[in-house]
Design a protein around this ligand. Sequence first.
Ligand code: FES
Ligand code: FES
Length: 935
Amino acid sequence: MNEPVEIVNQKPAQRTIRLNLNGKAVDVASAPSTRLSDVLRDELGLTGTKVGCHAGDCGACTVLLDGQQVCACITALGQCADRAITTVEGLACDGRLNRLQQAFLAHGAAQCGICTPGMLMAASDVLRRHPDPTEQQVQDGLGGVLCRCTGYRKIIEAVLAVAHGEFDLPQPAAGQAVGARLARLDGRAKITGAEKFGADQYPPDCLWLRTVRSPHARATFTLGDLDAFKRRHPQVLAVLSAKDVPENSFSVFPEPKDQPVLADKHVRMRGEAVLLIVGAEDAVKSIAESDIPISWQPEAALDSSEKALSATGDLLHDFAPENVLCRGRVVKGDFETSLRNSAFVAEDEYRTGYVEHAYIEPEAGYAEVFAEHGEQRIRVFACTQTPVMDRDEVARVLQLPKHAVHIVPSAIGGGFGGKLDVSIQPLLAVAAWHLQRPVRTVYSRMESMQSTTKRHPSRIRARYGCDAQGHLTALDFHGDFNTGAYASWGATVANRVPVHSTGPYFVPHLRSLTRAVFTNNAISGAFRGFGVPQAHIVTEALLDELAEKVGIDKLEFRIKNAIRVGQATATGQVLTASVGMLQCLEVLRPAWQAAQAMVLAFNTEARASAGASRRGIGIASMWYGIGNTVIANPSTMTGALRRNGRLILYNGAQEIGQGSGTVMPQIFADAVGLPVALVDQVMGDTDLTEDAGKSSASRQTFVSGNAARFAGEDIRQQLLHRLGLGADARLSVAGTVLSGVERGVERHLDLSTLPANDQGDVVAGRGYFNPPTVPLDANGQGAPYATYGFAAQLAEVEVDIELGTVKVLHIHAAHDVGRAVNPTQVEGQIHGGVAQGLGMALMEEYISGRTDNLHDYMIPTAGDIPPITVHIIKDSEPLGPYGAKGVGEPALIATAPAILNAIHDAVGVRVRQIPATPDRLRLALLARSSQHGKR
Ligand code: FES
Ligand code: FES
């Protein structure tokens, strides 16, 4: 074990600068050039101000300087001398939320909450300038702060509401929590800046970890004299390489464990971790890259699926012949004969690029070694969507028993699938275990974007057929998905896509084949939809083409083919309940007809006046299997009633902004039959909660919601038994006294008199749910999911034919969610999904080395998001908790195809390389013009 050494951070020349901070005079002794965000967070402990990019791009660090919004990360301390600074911590007065904060809470304007402090400060600036602002003024004023979760609509609603009326914060009575618009239970922490994200908390004597990464997509490397390097940098306590990692591999599945914690002599992607440098923060950060003793020998990279598939014998991994990680296959009936006999066939090929999660919180956290019951353990505090998998992978890497690892999830500033893989966890653990000292890190924005997973780029070719009446007959679908350098969730994408490739339609014959292909590109992993959004872009375009060929309205064509109860899916699974596809489409009919009339009138006028704008409308449907594809998908939740009269839910369904920290208590409370206001929670801590599975695949409401319900019902049964009452009894708690009433019989139990465990739990319950599925056979036939979500979305767009730009005017989104446990949160998920779908359709493309920052990688801002009309369809799922299914991923899938279909409707061309950026759309328009000219 290393002896502690004194760490001396190297600071530039300091002087004392006085700030008027949140109404108080504060003297800060720092260099005038210090970033204001660093002063606030590191020196004054005001971690409510967040840092997402350190470059003025994301706005998470927004504070008020003399009342005006500024980015604290690009504001020097010296600029703030004797000026008034307001941070999120200064908004509430004597613990009372101000009106803006109340509005955020009531409208569900915070999801993950990482952007929320910056949003609140920007909104404060808007309201100072415009006490009763217009929507445009709000959108303009919030334009500098990025939010990746909410789609901005609820934020805009909240700001507009400040000037008007009171804010409704329902407190549902016993048995009425499910279906209520309950404010997020963690909402107050998010809107006061009290929430602790990965970078916000660490032990006082923490060392800093810097990861040295490959600048090359493919290379071999040799390490130089690391001892000499350490002697040159006495503040560096350790330089760790592959040989220092006990088990140097990890991945999300048991096989293959193909990703090294630290690369050993050879790298397969730009940004791959090679070396860890650990020591005093400032010293470690200030080491020049050129001073790190590594020599690189770059090699020709297989940087596309095409190259990797044709690189005979040149393999990224020995276990993957032809560089194919996995093949997916679903075959039903005789697609060839059926296509040959179809009255109409539409065929096309599309490509989509890498899409970055662009969560506003870069990966951050710390690890520390501690002793407990005579045993050494390690604790990792970090952002994660999957605490139990983190525990297992850290234990495996360190070669420790699982119980020696304690994962404490931080609040998560957005995940969307990108925090389903371990990232910083093994790096921190290896360093902390080696040094026996706490170690922390925060990824830079570029490091986060280069080294973590993305949405799979795809190349999909498909043929879709229908008969003369417009009934779909057959589909032939081939998709290659670039899974990058390591497996991550590539197998999941390859297997999920063929199941969903038909879209939510009855199709009697199909062949659907996919490949996940290894390349020397960024790792593709899980991202909201697991490949299904890419597939729907293609098939929904082909559906439009078929409808045109048949001469049927595109909405009616989809209604004709929408899958119904009693019909079989592509995998032969006969759907028996909760198939709300038809309702989703039918509820959009009035908006569809009105939009058609609007478009006709607009375009007639535009042509007459030789205007450059054309409008169009597009529709797309989607379906999505809830939970993992076939593989076991269980969740276990536990809870208790405590001596103090409060309920506790040990909730392992990790909250990532999607609302599981509120929805689970709603379900749990109703199952017990007591008010949700009585519920406290422990979230995600692997010592205290059981395995609720990953927060992915839209599974938590359906799977863990059931587990929470069963845990609640277990407690209720025990309480009724103790009270000697029957199933219909009404329960209540006053102080520590539990009461039950049934048909005039009243019983009481003083909980404080009962024996309790160490936590004070007197009656404990447990719930377990694993959704029933049937494995897929060699032709992909079986029942891969217990239930499906369905949706249809309608997009209205305006295209500038001279610039190739697209403005989305309105989205109408109809979603069958079974039942909305919390309608505000369901709407928020749909808004957020629409915003991500809009970004995917029009602007988002990750190119390593070019768009690995939030300046060049464009995500929608508040000004890009149109009004979104949400229709929640409630087609109750008998297996779901109180009828609920999930909505996280379904929210996004239909948006991009609806927008792309609307562009085609507006200008008659299709962009087949997605996103449809202005240059690509303009090229397509020019190509069409030149073809017309030739004719
Ligand atoms: S952290 Fe300051 S703008 Fe992103
Ligand atoms: S709530 Fe805005 S980024 Fe998550």
